[in-house]
Each structure stands twice: as C-alpha cells, then as structure tokens.
Design a binder for this molecule. Sequence first.
Ligand code: G16
Length: 548
Amino acid sequence: MSLLLAEIHTVATKPFLDQRPGTSGLRKKTKIFQQPHYLANFVQSIFASLEGFEGKTLVVGGDGRFFNREAIQIVIRMAAANGFDEILVGRGGILSTPAASAVIRAEKAFGGIVLSASHNPGGPDADFGIKYNISNGGPAPEKITEAIFAHSTTIESYKIIEAPDVDLDTLGETRVGGAKVRIIDPVAIYQALMESLFDFPAIARMFKHGFRLKFDAMSAVTGPYAKAIFEEALGAAKGSVMNGEPLPDFGHHHPDPNLVHARHLYDLAMSDASPDLCAASDGDGDRNLIIGRGQFVTPSDSLAIIAANAHLAPGYKNGIAGIARSMPTSLAADRVAEKLKIGMYETPTGWKFFGNLLDAGKVTICGEESAGAGSNHVREKDGLWAILMWLNILAARQQSVREIVRAHWAEFGRNYYSRHDYEEVASEGAEALFADLRAKLPTLAGQTFGALKVEAADDFSYVDPVDGSVSKNQGLRILFAGGSRIVYRLSGTGTAGATLRVYIERYEPDPAKHDLETQDALADLIACAEKIAEIRRHTGRDHPSVIT
Ligand code: G16
C-alpha cells in the first residue's frame, strides 16, 4: 500500500478563472486546454465537488477529437490518484455521449467524464471540452457544476499518479496505482440497449425489401456505432454509413448535423436520387438530423412525431408517461401531450434539466430544438436512438417520412419554426441588447406589431418540480395571441464572443396553409424580432450567420 501511495504526486497549481461550465460542461479552444495544469485543475475541481467515490467506478471516454487521448491519460492517472477503484475506458478513447450514459447506468458507476466539445469543430486550432456525468448517467446538475467552478477558483494543488500511458487500443485490464483500468468495447452495451428498445427484425425486413438509408457520421464518434447497428445488425447496404471513421479533426468539418454543415444530405434528400431516409449525428453522437425524401423534419416536429408514435416501438409499447422540452423548442409536442393526456414540462435549455423528470418517472420522452431527442433509456440526448426510433416508426407504419409528417400536421396543426443565430458577436453588444430588452419586457404586453398582438413577455425561470431548485434568466420570451412566439437567448456552448439565438415560431392549424416556405411563413415575426430587440443596432449585423 505504501508503495502505491508513494506514486501519488501532489502538484502545486494556480487557479484559472475561466472554468465555469456552460450549457454542457467546459468548452474552450484546444490550446487553452493544452496549457500546463489547465485540464488537471478542472478534473481535480470535479473530484473535489463529489463525495463518496472512493472505491467506486468512473467511466471515461470521448469523441475522438484532437487531444482526446492525451486528456484521457491525464484523467485516468488523476482518477486513480484520487481514489477511484476502477476506471472504465472506451477502446481508443471512444465513447459517444449517449453510450457513456448507457455504460454508467449498466455498470452502476459512480459517474463519468466525457471529453467532447460536441458539434464544435476539433483540432489544434479548434475546440475541446470536458463534462462530468452523475450516477444516473446524466449531465451534472447546476449544484455540482457551480461547486466545480467554485473549487476551480481557489484550487492550489491536484493529485496525479506518475505512471506510463495506458494502452487504450487493447481490450482488457491493467492497473494504474491502486486502480483497475478496464478498456471496454465502446459499442456493445449501447447496441444491446438499442436492441432491447426497437423492433430490429422489422427494421431489418424493411432494409431487406430495399429501404435505403444514408447516414453521415461526420468523421466523428458515431461511425463505429452506426456501422455495427445499421450495416451489420440491421443489414443496411454497405456504404449506407458515410464518413464512418472518427478523425481527430473530423476531416476539417464542423460535425454539426444541421442544414448548413450537412447541406449535402439535404440536397441529396431533395434530389431524385434520394434514399428513403437521410440522417446524421454530431461530434459526440447526441444530436440527430432527420430528412426524408423531399421532407426535412425540424427537431421540434421530430420530438412531437416521436412522442405521438413511440408506442410502435417495443420498448415504449405501454405508452409514455410524459414529455419534456426545452423552453425554446416549439410547442408542437405540447399538442401531442394534450391529446395523449400526459404531462408536459417546459425546462431551460440543457439536457441536465431533464434528469430529475426522467428519474422521477414524470416523463419518458424529451427533446430540444437543438437537434436533440431522447428518452428514459439513458440520461443524455441520443442521435442514433432518434434515428432508430424513426426507422421503427417507418417500419411499423409502412409510410414515407413525408407522409408521416404531413399526417401529423393535418392532425395537430403545424408549428412553423426557425432559429436565427448571430454567431460570435461582441459580448458588450449582446449584453446591451439583453439589458435593453429586459427593461422593455413589462411594457410589451398589449402592444401590436402589424397583425401581431403581444399577449405576454417575460424572462423565463424554472422551478424544478422534483427538487425545487430555481434557474433564472433562461431566455426572454415574447408570446403573441394565437400561439406565435419569439424567444431570445445567448448560447451557453460557444467558445468565442457571444452567440445570440433568436427562436421564431408560428402556429398554423389550417392544413391548406401547411405548404409555405418556413421563412416566408415567419416573415412578419422575423421583422418583429428585429424591431423589438434592435439586433442590427446592438450587434452590427444585418443578417443571422446561420438559419436553421
Ligand atoms: C448542448 C446541450 C443541449 C443544449 C445545447 C444548446 O448541446 O447538451 O442540451 O440544447 O447545448 O446549446 P446553446 O446553449 O449553444 O444554445 P451539445 O450537443 O452541444 O452538447
């Protein structure tokens, strides 16, 4: 024992003052993470914020981006030095975010550390990130992330074991100091979970009868999962998975499955050569993109359609307990909840807010406008799960994506929806915009803008119905008569300047009016969003940088 203790080094360090976790962990430029002690300080701050993990298991993995392997070696040596008994690491340092969540739950681990900056680009000049997940498999709640931040501002030392690098590429066990390190298959536990939820034989039959899928793994983490599940287990044609090899720089691409960075999939889906389903996931595998032949599905619509059809999948055959969505996500899912007579919860942005609702059994399905959907099978959003859910629905209904979407709108009405992003604007301008708008909020109710009448305007705050915790300042909402909304929010995941997000939504019950171009359908609200917030004056921008 004394020999093992002797290997533990206590390294003196000084605080970095910029380690407050954002919407999903700490994200910074890679070069910032590569500074001496930077990552170690944050990891020690995580451990300092936890209680009772000595003798327990920690799960570690990442999305394979540049610096992933080096970071994992540091995390292993520090976890061993801090008293974890066992450290489970995905082979090659790979674990998608939902797979990490599944492994934490299946192995009854104390928690997990995921190295990822999600959909942000990777490489020496791009982004890196780290987040901590708790024993339910979900992102650490604010109570813990705030404790991590507090510790990071006063940290004086961290503990690390002096040991050679662990071979991350060979399955099996080894020891680092007093801890056992087990390199595990990153796919197996996750794949078994998917097989337990979805009707694999029915989906396989659909592929056998000629159904065509194109899935873009964007050279990020989902390649190995998608090949094993879509091509090997379900029999999708070889080549259905494109960019299936995780690369440290994601092949110089931005692994964000939206209409900008996955434009080629959209163009394919709108062409004569379209497969039946085009889909993609992001850097760490938690986001999804769904486009049928000739039919893009917005994430908000996808959530509503999944909720309305989940009973068609074996894992949800007894129905769903409730639905949760983040506040800026469209109200489409609310109409489904109303019809199914189940609970509907509106939370702040960030998957961490769904954890308590899922643990308490209040909801089964959750989703966000930011390309996220998932269920109580893990405590993260899950890109491949969403695609498998769609495949299951398509196999059960024997209809196309387009037919299913149109039928859904005809039944529930259509929520035209778009998000306008103003990326990397000066922080001062963004702050001034919010300060001015906040001051204006109390005066807006009752005002009219053309045909639009403001019903209410507020700064969204959330009281967690399970633990009573309160989260304030979660986005400014302008609600109009008839169900239209404009929401303003600052991104919590950017790594430079501020990113303003404006979410615009209009409800249209009449099926005869479901064929408009989204931006046209929203034109009056878009103009109103500028008028109310004076975006141009505050940011100096004429147009959004990204429209999704
Ligand atoms: C993260 C969170 C999501 C959240 C999104 C919003 O996504 O995990 O729950 O919806 O951020 O980002 P922003 O604050 O920029 O609007 P991801 O995929 O980046 O982990």
